[in-house]
Write a protein that binds this ligand. Structure first.
Ligand code: ZN
Length: 254
C-alpha cells in the first residue's frame, strides 16, 4: 500500500476554501458541484479539505493518487454530509483507492437473496471499523456523468453513516423516536415493493438485498436522480430529505 497523508496550503484569500487548482478540478470533474449555491460550495470545500487532511488516503499497489483523484472523491463524500454534524465521518479513518473494480473472492449475497460463491466485481466497499474502498474508474465517471442513479462514493459513505450507531441496518442515527418510527415504516414499505420487483425505475434490484443496501442505493438516487425518486417514492424522498437536511430535487431546479 502506498500511504500519504496530505498537507494542504490553504487558499491565499483565507476563506478556507480550495486552492485554485482544486477549485478547477471540482468545477470540471464533479458536476453536482455546479448545482450548489455559493454558500453550499464554500461549505463543501471546507468539509472536503478536512477529509483530505484528516483521513489516510491510500492507493492500491502500483497505483498512484493524484490531486484529481483525491479532490473528486472527497468532494462527493463531502456533499453527502453537507448538513450533518461535522464529525459525521468520525468512523472513517482510511480511504483506499483502487484503479478499477475489484474482484471479491468471498461468498456474497445476490439480489435474489441467495448466497453465491461466484466471484463478483465491485466498485466499492465499506468495512465495519475499517476503510472505505473506492474504484477510481467508477468514481471518476459518475462524478462527470450524474443522472444515472448510481454513485459509488455516495453509496459507500452512506454505509459509513449507517454504521455510526454501531449497526449496519439501513437506519443511520436519527433525530428522535418519531423520525425513527417514520423512517422504519416508510423504508420497510418501499423495501417490500423492491423485493417483489415493484421498486419502480428509481430503485434498482440491488436495493432489495437487505436494509443496508436499500439505504445506500436510495441515497445514490436521492442525490443523483432526485426528481425520479421524489416522483416514484415521495415518502422515502421526504425521509431522506429530513435525514440529510438537503433537497436535491429543488436544488437542481434552480
Ligand atoms: Zn453497499
Amino acid at each position: 500500500m502506498f500511504r500519504r497523508r496530505r498537507t494542504i496550503d490553504g487558499s491565499p484569500d483565507g476563506t478556507g476554501g480550495f486552492p485554485a487548482a482544486w477549485r478547477s478540478i471540482v468545477e470540471q470533474r464533479v458536476r453536482m458541484f455546479a448545482w450548489l449555491d455559493a454558500d453550499e460550495q464554500q461549505r463543501l470545500e471546507a468539509i472536503a479539505l478536512d477529509l483530505i487532511a484528516d483521513k489516510d488516503w491510500e492507493a492500491a499497489h502500483g497505483f498512484e493518487l493524484t490531486d484529481e483523484i483525491i479532490v473528486t472523491i472527497a468532494a462527493q463524500a463531502a456533499l453527502l454530509v453537507l448538513e450533518l454534524p461535522a464529525d459525521a465521518y468520525r468512523n472513517v479513518s482510511t480511504i483506499l483507492v483502487q484503479p478499477s473494480a475489484v474482484r471479491l473472492e468471498r461468498a456474497h449475497r445476490t439480489s435474489q437473496g441467495l448466497m453465491s460463491d461466484d466471484r463478483m466485481l465491485v466498485d466499492g466497499q465499506a468495512f465495519f471499523g475499517g476503510p472505505v474502498m473506492i474504484a477510481w474508474e467508477a468514481a471518476r465517471f459518475e462524478a462527470r456523468h450524474p443522472g444515472r442513479g448510481t454513485n459509488v462514493v455516495l453509496h459507500e459513505f452512506a454505509h459509513k453513516l449507517d454504521m455510526l450507531d454501531g449497526t449496519l441496518d439501513g437506519t443511520p442515527p436519527l433525530a428522535d423516536q418519531a423520525q425513527r418510527e417514520r423512517w422504519i415504516e416508510v423504508c420497510t414499505h418501499v423495501y417490500r415493493a423492491v423485493e417483489i420487483g415493484e421498486g419502480g425505475e428509481a430503485l434498482r434490484s440491488y436495493a432489495g438485498i437487505d436494509a443496508a443496501e436499500f439505504f445506500a442505493v436510495a441515497t445514490e438516487v436521492f442525490f443523483d436522480r432526485p426528481h425520479l425518486l421524489r416522483d416514484e417514492h415521495p415518502d422515502l424522498y421526504e425521509c431522506l430529505h429530513d435525514f440529510y437536511g438537503q433537497d436535491p430535487a429543488t436544488r437542481t431546479d434552480r
